[in-house]
Design a protein around this ligand. Structure first.
Ligand code: PGA
Length: 259
C-alpha cells in the first residue's frame, strides 16, 4: 500500500445474504467501519438487500455498493436497475464489469465504459473490474488483456473532468476468483503497476485511483498482498460473507497504514 491512497476494502456478496442474514452481516460490517477509521469499508449486497443494508449503515462510514447497473437512467429494460435507483437505495459505489457479468451475462468493456460514465453522472463511485483468464495468462497475454479492457473506460473518462478520480479499479484474475488460488504478491504487483501505468498515461490525475486486488483474498494472504506498493485494498467475495474473515482482511489493511 502507499500512504497517499486511502485503502478500500470491499465485500462482494454476489447472490448470497439477501434477507435477514444480510441485515445481520451489514450491521456487523457497519460496526467494523466505525472502528477502523483509516480504511474505507464497503459492502455490495444483492439488490433486494440494498435498502436494508443502507439503513444498517446509517450514521456509520460503511459504504454500500450495487453489484451491477444499467447505463440508462430509466426505460423499458425488464429486470434492470439504474444508477439513480442505486443512489436512491443508499448506494455510493457500484461494481461494474465483474468477470461473472462478462462471462455469463455478455458484459463488454464498451458497456462497462458506458456504465462507468452513467455511475459518475449520478454521484456513484464505480469499481471497475478487469482481469484475464487462465488461458490468457498461460499465453503471456495478461497485460494485453488488461489494456484491452481498460482502454474503452479510459477513453470514456477523458471527457469527465475531476469526477474521474472517483473511479476505483479492481484487478481480478479470473482463474483466482472463488478457486482458492490467488495471485502471489509479485504477480499481483506486476499487474497493478501495469494498470497504474495505463492510468497515468491516460491522465496524470488518475495516479490517485485505488487499485484493489480480488481473487481468493483471505485473512492468510491479505498481509502479503497489501504489502505491495500498488495494491490499495481488496475486492473480496467468499471471505466477505463472514464478518470474522472480512474483518481480519480489513485489519490487515489497517496494519499497513495504522489506525
Ligand atoms: P473470491 O471472489 O474472493 O471469492 O475469489 C472475488 C470476487 O469475485 O470479487
Amino acid at each position: 500500500m502507499n500512504s497517499s491512497r486511502r485503502p478500500l476494502i470491499a465485500g462482494n456478496w454476489k447472490m448470497f445474504h439477501g434477507g435477514a442474514s444480510g441485515v445481520e452481516l451489514a450491521e456487523a460490517c457497519a460496526a467494523l467501519a466505525k472502528e477502523l477509521r483509516t480504511v474505507d469499508i464497503v459492502i455490495a449486497p444483492p439488490f433486494t438487500a440494498l435498502a436494508a443494508a443502507a439503513h444498517s449503515a446509517d450514521g456509520t462510514p460503511l459504504g454500500i455498493a450495487g453489484q451491477n447497473m444499467h447505463a440508462r437512467d430509466s426505460g423499458a429494460f425488464t429486470g434492470e436497475i439504474s444508477a439513480p435507483m442505486l443512489a436512491e437505495s443508499g448506494c455510493t459505489f457500484v461494481i461494474l464489469g465483474h468477470s461473472e457479468r462478462r462471462q455469463y451475462f455478455g458484459e463488454t468493456s464498451e458497456s462497462v465504459a458506458e456504465k462507468t460514465i452513467a455511475a459518475l453522472k449520478h454521484g456513484l463511485r464505480p469499481i471497475v473490474c478487469v482481469g484475464g483468464t487462465l488461458a490468457e495468462r498461460e499465453a503471456g497475454k495478461v497485460q494485453a488483456t488488461l489494456e484491452a479492457q481498460l482502454t474503452p473506460v479510459l477513453e470514456a473518462l477523458e471527457d469527465v473532468g475531476p469526477a474521474q478520480t472517483r473511479v476505483v479499479i479492481a484487478y481480478e484474475p479470473v482463474w483466482a476468483i472463488g478457486t482458492g488460488k490467488n495471485a502471489g504478491p509479485a504477480e499481483a504487483e506486476e499487474a497493478h503497476a501495469f494498470i497504474r501505468k495505463q492510468l497515468v498515461a491516460a491522465s496524470p490525475a488518475l495516479e490517485s485511483l485505488r487499485i484493489l486486488y480480488g481473487g481468493s483474498l483471505k485473512p492468510d494472504n491479505a498481509a502479503s498482498l497489501f504489502g505491495c506498493a500498488n495494491v490499495d485494498g481488496g475486492l473480496i467475495g467468499g471471505a466477505s460473507l463472514d464478518v470474522s474473515s472480512f474483518s481480519a482482511i480489513a485489519r490487515a489493511a489497517v496494519a499497513q497504514v495504522g489506525n
